[in-house]
Design a protein around this ligand. Structure first.
Ligand code: AMP
Ligand code: ZN
Length: 486
């Protein structure tokens, strides 16, 4: 088994991935990965596509290294959030709020799924929705209150990092230090906290696990006998969904007192999520389970900016995935994303998209007529060194065998389209069979020296956006290759 080294934000160095669990039936090593997914209130932007693509490459690599059945990848859908409530009230003022929310979240989620599919991303093993895991959130919150890490105040439940700090190395388990992921100390955070702290918080650094819902907001039965309906804070969602999808099916969860069973392998997301989101996920999960780590390896992608500037609506450079896909094939966008290393910032420019298109076109010309074989070992080594995609692409340029080139690119989710798919992507309205039939007719015309008919067919194909290249095969017989003109 090749070694897979991944940079761990928690320890600030590359570490070897060592799967903690085994497949319950086959006993094979099993990798469990969780990635924070979208909050479904609006079209996803091209920055949101970065973690989806980066962790899709990791998912594909893990499946290649460990076997398809031995990787469990959960990416959540956040469908409870104040922004969703606001959007629902604004866009569907005539509907009851719950219906309006469903309309907003279902529509946005369907769009997101279509967008990331077009970017060549496989579906994760599981896509849990927050609203299906409220019970798990309540159970975690009850446990945190019971163990003294959380308290009720004015119908809220708050998590106390100070209580976590005080309990470190106690009988409650070997807990991590609050702030270890973000590399900050609690004192620094207290000093840096804003002055307008909510009055019900004991300490400025306390964060919300549960809050009361107003009568016009979505609400569920609250934990800890709080007499009014409420809704979860953002961070607790991911602790509950990773528990449900990556721990409970493998013997972990709140009923299990073996801390090691309550750690999974990889947790990912954008660099902006390190603090507070991931720090708080760790605090919640580790304190609830008495475990030292929520996940062994924490991975974060760098940020994407557009033409050298932060992407924002006010600068007019805000691009949704949908808009990018209107102008470029999904593979061109995917390739552009992966030409930078995932931990580096990336500058999203039209010129890099154009370059990507030219490179992909060149590769397609080489591989169109061949069957993929097996991926190139040197490229696998580059990917196994903390997903070094830039170095993988440099190696791809050197692969002489088109069948290996195709297999290697396909491992990265590229060069997977047939000519017919590229045709429809380029806006042409012919299918591959039609093109082949016309080419056969033209070859027959040429064999009969009917040059007028041969030219007529070529012009017909040109009108359809197809260019022909005449040549000879190894036996010296005329053959015609074709490609889509852009
Ligand atoms: P959000 O819906 O804002 O929670 O973001 C969903 C995911 O996209 C998270 O993993 C974010 O870290 C990531 N993300 C948001 N904006 C960018 C960006 N400009 N570049 C890279 N990743 C981003
Ligand atoms: Zn999360």
């Amino acid at each position: 088994m090749a070694e897979l080294m991944l940079y761990n934000t928690l320890t600030r160095r590359k570490e070897r991935l060592e799967p903690l669990a085994r497949h319950p039936e086959t006993g094979m090593p099993l990798v469990r990965m969780y990635v924070c997914g979208p909050t479904v209130y609006d079209y996803a932007h091209i920055g949101n596509a970065r973690p989806v693509i980066v962790f899709d490459v990791l998912f594909r690599l893990l499946r290649h290294l460990y076997g398809e059945d031995n990787v469990v990848y959960a990416r959540n859908i956040t469908d409870v959030d104040d922004k969703i409530n606001e959007r629902a009230a604004r866009d569907c003022p005539d509907l009851p709020l719950n219906e309006a929310i469903r309309k907003v979240t279902e529509g946005t989620n369907a769009q997101f799924q279509a967008d990331v599919k077009a970017l060549g991303c496989l579906e994760p093993t599981d896509q849990p929705r927050a609203t299906d895991h409220i019970d798990g959130m309540r159970a975690l919150i009850e446990r945190l209150i019971e163990r003294g890490f959380a308290y009720v105040a004015e119908n809220h439940v708050l998590f106390s990092p100070a209580a976590m700090d005080a309990a470190k190395d106690s009988t409650k388990g070997r807990l991590p230090r609050y702030g270890a992921l973000a590399n900050r100390s609690l004192d620094e955070m207290i000093a840096g906290a804003r002055v307008d702290v909510a009055p019900y918080k004991r300490d400025a650094t306390d964060f919300v696990l549960w809050k009361p819902s107003k009568p016009n907001e979505p609400g569920w039965d609250s934990p800890a006998s709080i007499p009014v309906p409420g809704r979860p804070g953002w961070h607790i969602e991911c602790s509950a969904m990773s528990m449900a999808k990556l721990l409970e099916p493998f013997g972990g969860g709140l009923a299990c007192d073996d801390p090691l069973k309550n750690t999974f392998d990889v947790h990912g997301g954008g660099i902006d999520l390190v603090f507070p989101h991931h720090e708080n996920e760790i605090a919640q999960s580790c304190c609830a389970f008495g475990s030292e780590r929520m996940a062994s390896i924490w991975m974060h992608n760098g940020f994407l900016q557009v033409e050298g500037q932060k992407m924002s609506k006010s600068l007019g450079n805000f691009r949704t995935i949908r808009e990018v896909l209107d102008d470029w094939p999904g593979e061109v966008a995917r390739f552009t994303m992966l030409r930078s290393h995932y931990r580096q910032p990336i500058d999203w420019t039209d010129s890099s998209l154009r370059e990507s298109q030219a490179i992909l076109d060149g590769w397609y010309r080489k591989v169109d007529e061949v069957e993929a074989t097996t991926p190139d070992p040197a490229v696998l080594s580059a990917l196994s060194d903390d997903l070094n995609t830039p170095s993988a692409f440099a190696l791809l340029h050197q692969i002489a065998d088109p069948a290996v080139l195709k297999a290697t690119a396909q491992l990265l989710g590229l060069l997977g389209q047939s000519k017919a798919e590229r045709l429809s992507g380029a806006g042409a309205s012919v299918d591959e069979a039609t093109v082949q039939a016309l080419i056969t007719a033209r070859l027959a015309a040429r064999a009969a020296k009917n040059w007028a008919e041969s030219d007529r067919i070529r012009d017909e194909l040109v009108a359809l956006g197809i260019v022909l290249m005449d040549g000879k095969d190894e036996a010296g017989n005329p053959v015609t290759r074709w490609e889509v003109k852009r």
